[in-house]
Design a protein around this ligand. Sequence first.
Ligand code: GRG
Length: 426
Amino acid sequence: MLIYRGLSRISRISKKTPFGRRWLPSHPLLSGASHSAAAAAADSSVKVLGCREAYSWSLPALHGIRHQIHHQSSSVIEDTDSQEQLDPFSLVADELSILAKRLRSMVVAEVPKLASAAEYFFKMGVEGKRFRPTVLLLMATALNVRVPEPLHDGVEDALATELRTRQQCIAEITEMIHVASLLHDDVLDDADTRRGIGSLNFVMGNKLAVLAGDFLLSRACVALASLKNTEVVTLLATVVEHLVTGETMQMTTSSDQRCSMDYYMQKTYYKTASLISNSCKAIALLAGQTAEVAILAFDYGKNLGLAYQLIDDVLDFTGTSASLGKGSLSDIRHGIITAPILFAMEEFPQLRTVVEQGFEDSSNVDIALEYLGKSRGIQKTRELAVKHANLAAAAIDSLPENNDEDVTKSRRALLDLTHRVITRNK
Ligand code: GRG
């Protein structure tokens, strides 16, 4: 018996798994202290503070047939003849739009100025790529669990709905933490645009932008507390610590740290990958998954996040084209040294002198670009991104075998995202 809806036919997915063929983890709502939760879940009057309503989460129709992941130098190729091609975003589109509405209702504030500041990036059209909630909703389905018989169908449905609601809550919390960090980041960077519109600090001033970020964080905390799962609370609280640590690492570097690839990767994990990796792990824990599966979910998020940021750092130099100087050059102009320059410096150690002088003088930006152009810095950064994308794909491939159609589709969509992350140009 499956704990979620929509099982219709079995489809093929071939996986190497260290966990054997059959996979029946215990469900958190079925064991120990959660006995009463199972009963409560069957009661439709159950409400969860912060993340109250269950969504309708039927999957939209899928289209296309071929899906291939080919990650340049080292490659993960899915033999997917006769498999449907998936757009990961359309697979969860319905759920994403309900999530967007929920987010709008969760960030309503008492004071009008704070209300308009807090809702600023949750308004329709400025919601960003919604990359994180997409990953988390797909991960939720990819890790769906089978529950042992015997359970009455009604109880099974209620448990499934309750679990999905809690996982959706993680997606909401993650997005609120993400937007809070963007608001604070824009204040620190004195940014004037974000998501194609004026940044909140630019439009309403630094003070309101900082307060709006704090407000979003506090709403995220309330929602997190409503889940009553201390391990999950610890994971997401640690993420906030990591965001702050990463940001501080970036703005307080010694010369050696600025030129260190290890330091850069650690900072990148804190600033970008920690949120998605820990949230993926939270999705697994809420599903009652084993520690091994939770680690695979974490590894997927971590490596996807690292690949995402490495490509972001390439795009800062190249923009949508492959030519240098076509990006916004925002990092280097702010004196932030990223992977392309670090790799270029390995080939041209004299670039270090330029880096040490800083980039307030724009001619130093030109000199650095010249070295970068002569080097394999962009290519090596892409290769590193590919390596992490492949590690993310390997984590999905190592999940315990599951032949359910929806699980299979979601896993393929997660694999597809590893491809999209390294081929994206925006
Ligand atoms: C208040 C939680 C909190 C943190 C304060 C400022 C700060 C400490 C951390 C900054 C973290 C930060 C902004 C990291 C960059 C992460 C990143 C890759 C942002 C861009 O994400 P996209 O491309 O953006 O997914 P959209 O707009 O699509 O959502």
